[in-house]
Each structure stands twice: as structure tokens, then as C-alpha cells.
Design a protein around this ligand. Structure first.
Ligand SMILES: Cc1cc2nc3c(=O)[nH]c(=O)nc-3n(C[C@H](O)[C@H](O)[C@H](O)COP(=O)(O)O)c2cc1C
Length: 204
């Protein structure tokens, strides 16, 4: 049985986001209200919350239900220090403060040893679920692709058949004023190009 979707209108976008974002078409507020801050509070993320966020990713769709995603989690000081060793300095201003870091990876091989043609696409779906579930729980995420992959592979003993994608900083959003001054003016929801510029009807 399907229930009728109830799209959310601009009025349901939270005011601080509505000042910067406008939907071209009615869409649930979760998609517009989520954004990636750089400031994170010191407040810890409980394991219950962390596992709920990862549970959302578990239910992402994947090619042949192969579930190629792997989540390398850093939450202790020791684990986070390892991550800090390969994250590029420009990103440390937020990754050092987020209480949890999740390196999203995916297996290039299916359980039967065959190559998975969709592992990266599937891992992207898992990341989107993480970001949206975190937002629904009042947390924030920021994905970080700026890290040394070869070094990460070595430090974390990542096997050859596992591809590394982005590191997700997860935590509660912090105050803008806690950021270095140069970053404070960037601490805003970003915009998007018009939808029509992304749609190719029929063929290119
Ligand atoms: C795969 C990926 C890699 C990213 N890498 C970085 C990064 O290295 N540093 C950074 O500050 N933000 C990074 N971002 C965050 C994006 O810049 C951000 O998601 C984008 O500007 C859209 O903004 P929003 O998430 O607030 O809607 C990355 C995002 C993704 C999905």
C-alpha cells in the first residue's frame, strides 16, 4: 500500500536556511534543511546515536543488494589521532573537533569474488542516508575528501579490494564564533544551480 507523499513547502524550511536556500519544487524539508557546517560542539555522540545513523546506511539500496559499503569508525582519541595523521591540514579545523569520524569505503568485490560494478554508487547512497539520518536526529555531518588516501590505506590496514571514499565528520553543530575568523563567513548553507540545468530530457 502506498500513502500519498506530502511535500514540504518553503514555509517549512527553517528560517536560517530559508534565507539562503529555495526549492524550485516542493520537497520534504529534510533535503533543504540539511547542510554541512564546519563548526562542531565538543558534545559526544553516544553509541546509540552513532549506530542509528549507521543503521540508516545499512538500508540503502545497492546493486544486487551487495551492500558493498564499509564504515571505518574513529571515536576514541587513539583512533582519531590515526585519522588526523592523513587528513589534509585545511580540513583539520573541523575534523579535529567532530567527536566521530567515519571513513566511507566500499568493497570492489562481491561476496562471490566477482567485481561489483556499482560499489562506489552504492557507497554514495549509504553516505546520503548517513547525512540525512544524522540531520533528522539533530546532528550535523561534513564529508571530507581532502585526505591522503595512500597514507590512510597504510595506517588503517585497508585491503587492496576496498576503495576509500570520503571521511564523514559527525557531531552536533557548534557555534560559528568557535571557528577561525576567516571561516566564520563561510559557515552558511550553500545554494544549488537550478534543477533544469541538471536534467537532460531524452539524450544529450
Ligand atoms: C565526496 C565529498 C568530498 C568533500 N570534501 C570536502 C573537503 O575535503 N573539505 C570540505 O571542507 N568539504 C568537503 N565536502 C563538503 C562539500 O563541500 C559540501 O557538501 C558541498 O559544498 C555542499 O554543501 P552542503 O553539504 O552544506 O549542502 C565534501 C563533500 C563530499 C560529498
Amino acid at each position: 500500500m502506498t500513502t500519498e507523499a506530502k511535500p514540504t513547502l518553503q514555509a517549512q524550511i527553517v528560517p536560517e536556511v530559508a534565507a539562503h536556500r529555495r526549492a524550485d519544487h516542493p520537497v520534504d524539508g529534510v533535503f533543504i534543511n540539511r547542510w554541512s557546517p564546519r563548526s562542531f560542539e565538543a558534545k559526544p555522540v553516544s553509541d546509540d546515536v552513532l549506530y542509528t545513523v549507521l543503521e540508516a546506511a545499512r538500508w540503502a539500496p545497492s546493486g544486487s543488494n551487495g551492500q558493498p559499503w564499509r564504515f571505518i569508525v574513529a571515536k576514541t582519541n587513539e583512533q582519531k589521532a590515526k585519522f588526523a595523521s592523513f587528513i589534509k591540514p585545511g580540513n583539520r579545523a573541523w575534523t579535529d573537533h567532530a567527536p566521530v569520524l567515519i571513513l566511507i569505503a566500499s568493497s570492489k568485490l562481491r561476496d562471490n569474488g566477482e567485481p561489483s560494478p556499482s560499489h562506489a554508487f552504492d557507497a554514495g547512497a549509504a553516505w546520503a542516508s548517513i547525512a540525512l539520518q544524522a540531520h533528522l536526529l539533530g546532528l550535523a555531518t561534513r564529508a571530507v575528501g581532502g585526505y591522503e588516501k595512500d597514507q590512510a590505506r597504510e595506517v588503517l590496514n585497508v585491503p587492496e579490494h576496498v576503495e576509500l571514499h570520503a571521511i564523514v565528520a559527525l557531531g552536533y553543530r557548534g557555534a560559528r564564533e568557535a571557528l577561525p575568523e576567516a571561516l566564520q563567513e563561510k559557515e552558511l548553507p550553500s545554494g544549488r544551480r537550478p534543477l533544469r540545468e541538471s536534467i537532460i530530457e531524452g539524450s544529450f
